[in-house]
Design a protein around this ligand. Structure first.
Ligand code: AMP
Length: 432
């Protein structure tokens, strides 16, 4: 299968060729014919599968073949792509620019956290394709700078993340402003019931494309888990980076503060790194990312939200410094490595409080993550619980391996599934 045999027109083929895309990826192979046929699409695919080109190419092609401008020759927004983060928005914009290079189709990207002036100026000049994060889009719509009345193609990207990030309310408002007659595309890496419900509100009679279910993506990556105490995690991270001569890695921290602390320690150890998270300015995040891509930084330390959409080809390692409490997030994270045909390594740390998270992750991916027993910072607690003999020697029969009732950290923590349901409930409540 080639892009040409999918019916892609020459000006786009030329751009794909220059980009070095020889064959379509599976999501492209399946989605492009559906979209060129004018059907709605429900895509279950995550970042890394080539899904951006899967929707960008047919949209550009249809816009190109159907060029029209208003009487003053000004371009109108005919395609709208809504995506949860600015990083993702910027990358989608870059993709459109690349594939549309020889078509004259123009795009712009808008997102929050920066002044709106230059975005408004660009919008006033007229664009065909608008890539936006939900908050800024609504804001500029409310100020009268954007009209969606000419939109013919709408894409909701990373819908599950939108929901996790509490954007459901904004999304519904945006959808309400779209013309009824349009082609709608909806992408999500996971399809929990709330997402299926949302897609039903947006799509007409969609064709479905499912690529790389989460499990198979996880299988492509070499995974391992280290049981380690919270306080030894940083030493273990430094040790593994040095021992494996890591050149490119993303380390995931649960909190922004935690990410800053990790960077400080890595730098002390002579490992070049930078943090990207919501408290960093857009400029600082972009600079960190471009330095990382240039190879000037070995490690990016990121929170989940900031890392969404980061596309670094040939990322060697993903470190789960903190395990995520939502199991799907684990799959998203490790999907940052092992992209396309590259193989990748995902190393996870698990302290005693994170054990329930590990259980949920293994349940989701349907396999046990291989445990590395031999390392210099083995968690003593783990040794005790995994070797009953020692335990019996060390402890009286009465103080059994079960944690004491009132002291059991697991009891105090909210079950991740309940948490997801609660977030979804809160989100849907806020949208009423
Ligand atoms: P995405 O899932 O859209 O984030 O794409 C993941 C990566 O795959 C990006 O770096 C794209 O540039 C790349 N890519 C997309 N389509 C192709 C293709 N047909 N051949 C090679 N690389 C591709």
């Amino acid at each position: 299968m080639t892009f040409k045999s999918l019916g892609i027109i020459d000006p786009i083929l030329k751009a794909l060729d220059a980009k070095g895309y020889t064959d379509p990826t599976p999501v492209q192979e399946q989605s492009i014919p559906i979209l060129l046929n004018g059907n709605d699409l429900l895509g279950c695919a995550q970042t890394g599968t080539g899904k951006t080109a899967a929707f960008a190419i047919p949209i550009i092609q249809q816009l190109y073949l159907n060029k029209h401008q208003d009487s003053k020759g000004r371009r109108k927004v005919r395609a709208l792509i809504v995506t949860p983060t600015r990083e993702l928005a910027i990358q989608i914009g870059e993709n459109f620019t690349t594939y549309a290079k020889h078509t004259g189709i123009e795009n712009t990207v808008i997102f929050g956290g920066v002044k709106q002036h230059s975005q408004v100026k660009r919008l006033r000049a007229g664009v065909d394709v608008l890539v936006a994060t939900p908050g800024r889009l609504l804001d500029l719509m409310n100020q009268g700078f954007i009209s969606l009345k000419d939109v013919e193609y709408s894409v909701l990207d990373e819908a599950d993340h939108m929901l996790d990030m509490g954007f459901i309310h904004d999304i519904k408002k945006i959808i309400a402003k779209l013309p009824h007659k349009r082609q709608s595309l909806f992408f999500s890496a996971t399809m929990p019931p709330e997402i299926v419900k949302l897609s039903g509100k947006i799509l007409g009679n969609p064709q479905k494309v499912t690529i790389e279910p989460e499990k198979t993506t996880a299988e492509k990556v070499e995974q391992s888990i280290y049981f380690v105490s919270k306080k030894s995690k940083i030493k273990l991270l430094i040790h593994l980076i040095q021992e494996n001569k890591v050149n490119t890695a993303i380390a995931f921290s649960r909190t922004k503060h935690g990410a800053n602390k990790i960077v400080k320690q890595l730098q002390k150890a002579g490992i070049t790194s930078a943090a990207i998270h919501g408290n960093k300015s857009q400029g600082a995040r972009q600079l960190a990312l471009s330095n990382f891509k240039k190879g000037e930084l070995k490690v990016l330390v990121a929170t989940d939200i900031a890392a969404r959409g980061i596309d670094v080809s040939e990322l060697e390692y993903v470190f789960n410094y903190d395990l995520p409490n939502i199991p799907e997030t684990y799959v998203h994270r490790i999907g940052r490595t092992g992209r396309a045909n590259a193989s990748g390594t995902a190393i996870s740390f698990c302290d005693s409080e994170e054990r329930p998270y590990l259980k949920d992750i293994e349940k989701l991916i349907g396999e046990r993550i291989p445990k590395i027993d031999e390392h210099p910072f083995v968690d003593d607690n783990e040794e005790v619980s995994s070797t009953p003999k020692k335990q019996q020697n060390n402890r009286s029969q009465k103080s059994s391996n079960r944690p004491r009732k009132d002291n059991n950290p697991e009891k105090k923590r909210e079950n991740p599934y309940s948490r997801k349901r609660r977030i979804a409930r809160e989100n849907s409540r806020s949208s009423e």
